[in-house]
Design a binder for this molecule. Structure first.
Ligand code: SDX
Length: 432
């Protein structure tokens, strides 16, 4: 971030003629920002931007998105290259440390993560308190938030060492907890992690393996799982990441902070959309009914939205959706499966992208549009889809939290435009 001192914006109050000169800050790429940190002190006015559509809440070096061009970079590397040439452990290292690891550094990182995958045995007891039909995201919120009860040894958020240990523990244990949530829901025993498996293969083993049989995760499915994790790893200051930053700004411990991110991701407008896409495709059922649902999506009086479509930032194809669509073909071909939902999704995409309503509003498929089809083909139930998104996004959340804590800027405390009652005297009950 550079304070381009020769670049300023002048704001003039048309009622009083008073002006204030505001600095413009330039990033490495993307829109410059008008620094309004002194605006209230200089003018007695707040800015007003509900939903933060035009607000930069922080500076960050992790992820860059160009919504118009459909570009997504992690530490400068294009998501297409990372998805096709890297692996999730390497992307985790990249997000945490800023550069791709050397072979030795990668091996050490993988060893560290692998040897933190087990959870305290008493965590198993938490699951007993949930109904078997509890939504697994409810379990994730509860269990991840409770992790801090087991790690008093390293939760000093002001210690770089403790922050890194917490990051390692969260990245390592989130797949174990996610798999436990699935096992609990189907009444099968929990599977312990295996240190001889890769991160993605280990997750498939803990999810689909059973104690009574040997389960060797299919290497192609493990690779597909790993690629799906990469595609969900981080995404700038989205709703759940902003939740993580706000929660972390109070000094809350990293486990509570990630639990807050999980809770925010759960919503159908955000990470819950992948589950909602499958539900929507099942509702549509047949290509002949697509026009009926497209009409509903376009009706301003109908709350129905085309799930998996549109994005606050992308006004072009979400690059992740393109990769996910290719992966859907690969996985279904590998499994020798044909899912009518894939054809339905393709036809829905084709019709929507030819419809002026979607074209004018620049509504394209996003990361959630095709992911559910792959996950369903891999054997995951629909209610696990957002859990997988949370699993993969944990590295992004904790890396954004770590970046914020390395340069803390105090507690996030937005102001408001007050629209309530002016002060008025209390009226006793017998006078009302
Ligand atoms: C994720 O932020 C991130 O980076 C998130 C994410 C990440 O990796 O963290 O990318 C993950 O959350 C992806 C988005 C998943 N959500 C969905 O697929 C749910 C369906 N999409 C919509 O709810 C919506 O597109 C949002 C919430 C994603 C974005 O909403 P915006 O930017 O607030 O869009 P908007 O409301 O300004 O929409 C502009 C217009 C409106 O119509 P008009 O008032 O102009 O007539 O487009 C319409 C909207 O009604 N619109 C849609 C639509 N999305 C927007 N109409 C029909 N179907 C849709 N999906």
């Amino acid at each position: 971030m550079t304070d381009a001192s020769n670049k300023t914006f002048t704001l003039t109050n048309d009622q009083t003629g008073e002006s204030v000169v505001l600095p413009v800050l330039d990033g490495v790429d993307g829109p410059s920002v008008i620094d309004v940190r002194k605006l209230y002190a200089q003018t007695g006015h707040f800015t007003y931007d509900p939903g933060f559509r035009a607000t930069g809440s922080c500076d960050s070096a992790l992820t860059y998105i160009d919504g118009e061009q459909g570009i997504l970079l992690h530490r400068g590397y294009a998501i297409e290259e990372l998805a096709n040439k890297s692996d999730y452990m390497e992307v985790c290292y990249l997000l945490l440390h800023g550069n791709l690891p050397s072979a030795a550094a990668k091996s050490e990182f993988e060893h560290t993560i692998t040897h933190h995958t087990m959870v305290h045995d008493q965590i198993h007891n938490f699951f007993r308190g949930f109904r078997r039909d509890a939504h697994p995201m409810a379990i994730m919120c509860g269990v991840v938030g409770a992790l801090s009860a087991f790690y008093h040894d390293h939760t000093d958020v002001n210690s770089a060492e403790d922050r890194l240990i917490s990051a390692h523990r969260l990245i390592a244990k989130i797949p174990t907890i996610a798999a436990m949530a699935y096992k609990y829901s189907i009444g099968q025993p929990f599977m312990f992690p295996r240190n001889d498996l890769s991160y993605a293969a280990n997750f498939l083993h803990m999810t689909f393996g059973v104690p009574a049989a040997t389960y060797e995760p299919d290497p192609v499915l493990s690779r597909a799982m790993d690629k799906i994790f990469i595609l969900h790893a981080d995404h700038e200051q989205n709703a759940s990441t902003s939740t993580v930053r706000i929660a972390g700004s109070s000094g809350a411990n990293p486990y509570a902070v990630i639990a807050a991110g999980i809770a925010s991701l759960w919503g159908p407008a955000h990470g819950g959309a992948n589950e909602a896409v499958l539900t929507m495709l099942d509702q549509i059922g047949d290509k002949s009914r697509i026009p009926e649902f497209v009409k509903k999506a376009k009706d301003p009086d109908d709350p129905f939205r085309l799930m998996g479509f549109g994005h606050r930032v992308y006004k072009n194809f979400d690059p992740r959706a393109k990769i996910m669509k290719e992966a859907a073909d690969e996985v279904l071909d590998l499994l020798g499966l044909s899912d009518p939902r894939l054809e339905l999704a393709r036809e829905l995409e084709r019709i929507a992208l030819e419809d002026d309503y979607f074209v004018q509003r620049k509504l394209y498929p996003n990361v959630d549009f095709y992911s559910g089809i792959i996950l369903k083909a891999m054997g995951f139930p629909t209610e696990m889809f957002t859990v997988l998104f949370a699993l993969a996004r944990t590295v992004g959340w904790i890396s954004q939290w770590k970046e914020m804590m390395e340069n803390p800027d105090g507690i996030f405390r937005p102001r408001q435009l007050y629209t309530g009652e002016a002060q008025r005297p209390y009226v006793s009950l017998d006078q009302r």
